[in-house]
Write a new protein. Structure first.
Ligand code: AHR
Length: 495
């Protein structure tokens, strides 16, 4: 006899909106993310629009990606945006010092990225160069993309073919300032931030720029505390946080060929996100009790050894059911902390780390993580439904993890969505939800599961893993019972 876990959904009065930006993505000049992933150039045989792959655009539009961060990552603090504007044949080359030492021709620059965002219907999030740039350079970039009137930078933009400004609202002020962004101390960076942010004028006339401070590495709470203490709150739209689910930086393990104990360790790292956002939020609460400043988890995901035979600097890895469970779990954590976590960016969008899309020349596939993000996009801008329950345990080698995680929301049409993840690699878990309180009469659902944790999509079998209709539930007398198979992700819709 299976134990039943009872989940109680609360009413949504005064509840929080799940900001759609939690479902954001990240495109760095790294490996084959931008070049080959998004951008193939307009002379490519691969169908494209101004050099951007049409298949990738269609897939990302289907996913409803709300924002896209660019050009890094570590690359951002080496990037000089003026190298990437004007006639392509006149652009200087740059050596990508962080990622493989490759020489790139700057053929994908500011216009290419911002026009691509328009094509995708997504909001751009530009990461400025603080580490090796200047205050003037970043101030000029803001003016170049956002100023409508006559100015040196807007004149240059018009000369380069774009009359109307793009009105970019979200700006990162450096990246990982504690590491590749300049190895700064928190105190030093807070001072730099104040200086850079001062000269990033709001030319958009749309209610201010959202300036995001380079944030903590996982559990570095002193970093968040120092920024919150030393940067005036009116200069701060968001404070970032980076956390990767990596079991050991020196021995990250294979992306596909892994045993259950490795899976358990990956999920332990993924579940740490709960503690991280809780503790970083508590620090922010001390200085910003009205929660005006967002916690922006602008890099998250699983990180394994690169695929054998691939360039070690390109961070190309496959994506299995482990990644699907990791994504569903992390997104549930973000949804449940939506009062403070108002933006997040999965690392990275195409061909790098926990990608939603992989490409191989003309071919493209959607990963299990893509499918989870698509199943969960029903939560974008919906009202969070707070919930309580006590999870059963997933036990391995005398260690425990909570087996079940859940988030729920009600959308503008009045539909309720409940996303459920069972982390347990062997045990089906049973949950029960009282639907009467929510006035739900009928339920439907979809599930992402497979027979092995290591299962993944390949270019020869790109649809091995995809969501299917879920039938493993029953509604009786207003009570919903669901049997959640091992390592599966489910989204239910109630109306
Ligand atoms: O996403 C890969 C890298 O991870 C990013 O460039 C950097 O910010 C982080 O360390």
């Amino acid at each position: 006899q299976k134990e039943t876990t009872v989940i109680t959904l609360k009413n949504t009065e005064n509840a929080t909106t799940i900001n759609k930006n939690i479902y954001g993505h990240f495109a760095e000049h790294l490996g084959r993310c931008v070049y080959g992933g998004f951008f193939v150039g307009d002379t490519s045989k691969i169908p494209n629009t101004a050099g951007v792959r049409n298949d990738v655009v269609t897939a990302l539009k289907d996913l409803k990606i709300p924002n896209l961060r660019w050009p890094g990552g570590c690359f951002a603090d080496t990037y000089h945006w003026k190298d990437g504007i004007g006639p392509k044949e006149q652009r200087p080359t740059i050596v990508n010092q962080w990622w493989g030492g490759v020489t790139e021709d700057n053929s994908f620059g500011t216009h290419d990225f911002l026009n691509m965002c328009e094509l995708l219907g997504t909001e751009p999030y530009l990461a400025g160069n603080v580490g090796s740039g200047t205050v003037q350079e970043l101030a000029d970039w803001v003016q170049y993309v956002n100023f409508a009137g006559k100015s040196p930078m807007s004149d240059l933009r018009v000369k380069n073919g774009r009359k109307e400004p793009w009105k970019v609202k979200i700006w990162g002020v450096g990246n990982e300032a504690w590491g590749c962004g300049g190895n700064m101390t928190a105190d030093y960076y807070a001072g730099e931030y104040r200086k850079y942010a001062t000269f990033m004028s709001d030319w958009t006339n749309t209610g201010g720029l959202m300036r995001v401070a380079s944030g903590a590495n996982s559990g570095d709470y002193n970093w968040t505390e120092t920024l919150m203490k030393n940067i005036p709150s009116n200069m701060l739209g968001g404070v970032a946080l980076h956390h990767y689910s990596v079991i050991d930086w020196k021995k990250k393990g294979d992306a596909v060929d892994f045993a259950e104990d490795i899976y358990f360790r990956t999920m332990t790292e993924a579940l740490k996100m709960e503690e991280l956002v809780t503790k970083h939020s508590a620090i922010m609460d001390k200085y910003d009790p009205k929660k005006k400043i967002a916690l922006v988890v602008d890099e998250w995901g699983g990180w394994y050894e690169v695929e054998k035979g691939s360039n070690p600097g390109f961070l190309f890895q496959q994506n299995t059911m482990r990644d699907a469970v990791l994504a569903g779990t992390t997104l549930n954590i973000f949804n449940n902390h939506a009062d403070r976590v108002r933006m997040a960016n999965l690392a990275q969008c195409v061909n790098v780390l926990q990608a939603v899309i992989l490409t191989d020349k003309t071919k493209m596939l959607l990963t299990p993580t893509y499918h989870v993000m698509k199943m969960y996009n029903v939560h974008q801008d919906a009202t969070l439904i707070p919930l309580t329950f006590e999870s059963p345990l997933y036990t391995l080698n005398d260690k425990n993890l909570p087996a079940i995680n859940v988030s729920a929301s009600k959308d503008a049409k009045g539909l309720t969505h409940i996303s459920l993840v069972n982390i347990d690699s062997k045990k089906e878990n049973k949950i029960e939800i009282d639907l009467n309180a929510l006035g739900i009469k009928t339920v439907s659902g979809s599930i992402l599961s497979s027979s092995k944790l290591q299962d993944h999509n390949t270019f020869d079998n790109p649809t091995k893993i995809q969501p299917i209709a879920f039938k493993g539930f029953e509604v009786k007398k207003g009570k919903l019972t669901v049997n959640i198979p091992p390592f599966s992700v489910i989204t239910l819709e109630g109306k």
